[in-house]
Design a protein around this ligand. Structure first.
Ligand code: MD3
Ligand code: FE
Length: 214
């Protein structure tokens, strides 16, 4: 399960009922005050992934409490139960690799980014460095499987490890892997369990510590 120092993949971590609950919650958040939508990059292009944020609003390359790109509305709060799930996730990953999280009891994410991938959505190789904290990132996958490409912190151009992420999988990125390049080059349509209650596509929830104060 340890892909690299600080990077732990736990296939099938979420039960099917647990996944169904998260899918339902995502559906609610997607219709929230700041609805799920494609984020505009500074150069004018729109991401192919659709995103909704909880706790803090993310726009490249900063966090704010309000969505300046959606009428300045305040972002919905991050529910306590979701932060609690993040703590359990980090504790699970630490069992395999203490570097992934260190003090799981103290893990207190204040941001969730929910990404939706349709069959043609992709995410290019990037680093997540808008957070002012070294705390780990927790990733939960739902729906269709994808190809996840995991690199190193040193170079965008590889070497890479390719991993399939399926519904219910947990991935924790901490310690030396926190600034590793990563991306999603491909989604595999029609691979989700019909029992999930999704009508196609892939959801990914990431939990993060912004390091910001109100
Ligand atoms: C490695 N999301 O939201 S999850 C992102 O599946 C993002 O939606 C992808 O990359 C997705 O920024 C990949 C895996 C992931 C998430 C955050 C990371 C890997 C990470 C942060 C640091 C290192
Ligand atoms: Fe990322």
């Amino acid at each position: 399960r340890r892909i690299a120092p600080g990077a732990v993949h736990v296939p099938g971590w979420l039960s099917l009922p647990g996944q169904r609950e998260l899918v339902r919650a995502c559906r609610g958040w997607a219709a929230g005050p700041v609805p799920m939508r494609r984020i505009r990059m500074p150069g004018g292009h729109f991401m192919s992934v659709r995103t909704v944020c909880l706790g803090w609003h993310w726009q490249p390359y900063r966090y704010s409490r309000t969505a300046e790109d959606a009428g300045g509305l305040p972002v919905a709060p991050l529910p306590g139960w979701l932060a609690e799930l993040g703590r359990a996730a980090v504790a699970e990953a630490c069992a395999d690799d203490p570097e992934a999280g260190a003090a799981a009891e103290g893990y207190s994410p204040d941001v969730a980014l929910i990404n939706f991938y349709d069959a043609s959505a992709r995410m290019g190789m990037h680093q997540d460095k808008d957070e002012r904290s070294a705390a780990p990132v927790v990733s939960l996958s739902l729906g269709d499987s994808c190809l996840f490409r995991f690199g190193t912190p040193a170079s965008r151009g590889g070497p890479y490890t390719d991993v399939q992420l399926a519904s219910g999988d947990l991935f924790v990125f901490g310690g030396p892997s926190r600034l590793a390049y990563h991306g999603v080059p491909k989604v595999y349509p029609g691979t989700a369990d019909p029992e999930l209650g999704m009508s196609g596509g892939r959801l990914n929830i990431t939990l993060r510590v912004s390091g910001l104060k109100d």
